[in-house]
Design a protein around this ligand. Structure first.
Ligand SMILES: [Zn+2]
Ligand SMILES: [Zn+2]
Ligand SMILES: [Zn+2]
Ligand SMILES: [Zn+2]
Length: 632
């Protein structure tokens, strides 16, 4: 069997080839004139690459050129060899030692297909060339562009069109990765293949939720690099695909924060109106709405700590990891006893048993059901279960003994990939207090004893939305939506006065205005002076005369922004168990995709969307204020 891998088109490969061509025939026929009944003389690049990868043969065997790995010679010019006949001529070094492994290819068109993937080696620079990337020392360097088949993990490839389909399903209908995998396995996979496979075939033809997530994130990263003309580098030695992708996801999250969304400088007829005053001066009035949507993910239990959790199973970030050993009673600094979450103090232990019993009680179940009503379930078949129980077995569950719930454990990263959690799990941020005397803890005296057992979650997401529905930016709030948080969000989103929209709707603007008035720093006190912060549509007060704005009336339609917020809230059950870096990347990617679709739609409807030059919006304050002062 194994010898067949290096000598393609033995009996097994031929059988596979014939089976595949039989399946491909109707597709290939569409490229041929209807009168021709013979096989096509040339295959399309897609069909060629597909067959080549499926049966693990070289380009030469396929009698054409292709790209898997995309090169037969080392691309490093230093590896070129002088020709014996003419030492002044150099020839690129041939790659050798082909290594072929069985893989499963998930395609949109043909379902899941068994195949082979080959890597080759340069003996001079010790580079391994794989289908998607080459490896030098410990680093993977991806080839430029997005290849047709994306390697989601060692033995699984997902075709680019399928990655695109999953991304579209997520953004348009909140389809979770679990439901993407279900849809694929029962709606798109090809059942004719399985019976013709040798019994010893080692890779599964079933698409797993982890493959969907890994492919989603890797595909988005490759697209992001393509847009920016950059090359993706990932670690080759990372312990899992989850850990491998994490630094790259984190890097883009930092870029996307504040002004990073491509829609940040959007403007169109719906979110902007042009006003001409008596002197003939033209003003553009850009209108935005800022609102909070209550979705979130686990975060460090230390108040206001922004450090990402390495794993959703942890309660503390790496900086605060030591606190995990402490008693769950908030005022107690003693270490908890092994197997417990509290110190041996009987009062503290009583709280822990209470928490455990509460987890089993009926009201908890009712609470779960209530949560399910308000959000999409991430698993259409069985809320609380998963397609791959082995990968999800240790997710939080009220039926486990306290010492087993959320106990610190080694990082089993493969679990993280699934990371959709049981939809509405019991592992909430539970705070329990009972009146009681805590002996040996004089500082608590007769006061209430309070303990925190569950994981802390981020409080909500803030969106700043143009009144056309395009999202300018997003930020995670760790505490409740105080005007302070919104103020901070606006300062990051609009770092220069020139970038400020003229109208900032926010339902707590009265407190915001009061807060700004009292700011001791003059710069901050006056920062929003040229903006209107309407209290509500009918009672706004601002520095402009009413006549400044469209015949004294605000043209404001909140429905687009409200729809945007409702759409965003639909991701609640998909993201609630996501690790911080994936959580941020996923939400940013959903926003990016929706903005793109919406902008196309606005153009089609004649609303003339355009991007205000970033240099204009980001020009330093001193310049912008002096140039604008005459018209003030
Ligand atoms: Zn080389
Ligand atoms: Zn707009
Ligand atoms: Zn922390
Ligand atoms: Zn204690």
């Amino acid at each position: 069997m194994s010898s067949s891998m290096d000598s393609p088109l033995d009996y097994d490969s031929t059988a596979t080839y014939i089976e595949l061509v039989r399946l491909l025939k109707p597709y290939l026929a569409t490229f041929e004139p209807s009168y021709r009944s013979r096989p096509p003389e040339f295959l399309s690049i897609e069909a060629h690459d597909f067959l080549k990868l499926s049966i693990g043969v070289t380009d030469e065997s396929m009698d054409s050129r292709g790209k898997l790995p995309p090169t037969r010679v080392c691309i490093d010019p230093n590896c070129a060899k002088a020709l014996l006949a003419d030492p002044s001529l150099l020839r690129n070094r041939e790659l050798v030692e082909p290594n072929t492994i069985p893989v499963t290819i998930f395609t949109k068109e043909f379902g899941s297909i068994p195949g082979f993937a080959t890597s080759r080696y340069c003996r001079n620079c010790h580079t391994w060339y794989f289908p998607n990337y080459f490896v030098q020392a410990t680093e993977r360097t991806y080839y430029a562009g997005v290849s047709m088949l994306i390697q989601s993990s060692q033995h699984f490839y997902i075709d680019k069109e399928l990655c695109e389909l999953f991304s579209v399903m997520m953004v348009t209908s909140w389809t979770s990765a679990t439901n993407c995998a279900r849809t694929y396995n029962s709606g798109l996979s090809n059942e004719a293949i399985q019976p013709s496979l040798p019994a010893t075939w080692s890779t599964s033809l079933e698409l797993d939720v982890q493959d969907v997530w890994n492919a989603f994130f890797l595909y988005a990263l490759l697209l992001d690099n393509q847009v920016h003309g950059t090359i993706l580098h990932l670690s080759h030695t990372a312990p899992s695909q989850f850990e491998r992708l994490r630094p790259a996801l984190h890097e883009r999250n930092l870029r996307m924060a504040g002004v990073g969304q491509p829609g940040w400088n959007h403007a169109c007829n719906l979110c902007c109106s042009i006003y001409i005053d008596e002197d003939g001066n033209e003003y553009v009035v850009r209108s935005t709405v800022t609102d909070g949507i209550t979705i979130g993910s686990p975060c460090c239990a230390v108040h206001d700590c922004l450090e990402p959790l390495v794993s959703v199973k942890h309660r503390y970030c790496t900086l605060h990891r030591a606190l995990d050993k402490q008693c769950a009673v908030t005022t107690c600094e003693r270490d908890s006893e092994t197997g417990f979450r509290t110190c041996p103090d009987p009062e503290h232990r009583r709280l822990e048993s209470y928490d455990y019993l509460q987890g089993k009680a009926m009201f908890q179940l009712k609470h779960r059901l209530e949560r399910l009503k308000v959000s999409q379930t991430h698993d259409s078949l069985a809320p609380g279960s998963s397609t791959s129980p082995n990968r999800m077995a240790d997710e939080g569950d009220g039926d486990l003994m306290p010492e087993l719930v959320d106990a610190p454990q080694g990082d089993d990263e493969d679990d993280e990939g699934a990371a959709e959690g049981p939809g509405a799990d019991a592992d909430e941020d539970v705070e329990i207090d009972v009146a009681g005397i805590c002996e040996g803890k004089p500082e608590t005296g007769n006061k209430t004893v309070r303990a925190r057992f569950g994981r802390r979650r981020t409080h909500n997401e803030q969106l700043c939305v143009g009144s056309c529905g395009v999202i300018l930016g997003r930020a995670t709030f760790y505490g409740s939506e105080a005007p302070n948080g919104v103020h901070e969000f606006w300062m990051k989103l609009f770092p220069t006065k020139a970038s400020l929209p003229q109208v900032l709707w926010h339902d707590n603007n009265c407190r915001m205005v009061a807060m700004l008035k009292n700011d001791p720093e003059e710069y901050l006190r006056n920062y929003f002076d040229r903006c209107a912060l309407p209290v509500d549509v009918f009672h706004f007060k601002c520095k402009h005369k009413e006549g400044d704005l469209d015949d004294g009336k605000w043209r404001f339609n909140s429905s687009a922004a409200e729809q945007t917020n409702a759409w965003f809230g639909g991701f609640h059950s998909m993201v609630r168990e996501m690790q911080t870096d994936r959580y941020n990347f996923f939400l940013d990617e959903m926003i990016l995709r929706r903005n793109k679709t919406l902008t196309k739609d606005l153009a089609r409807r004649g609303e003339m969307p355009y991007s205000i030059p970033r240099s204009e919006l980001l020009k330093p304050d001193t310049l912008s204020s002096s140039s604008e002062s005459p018209s003030d």
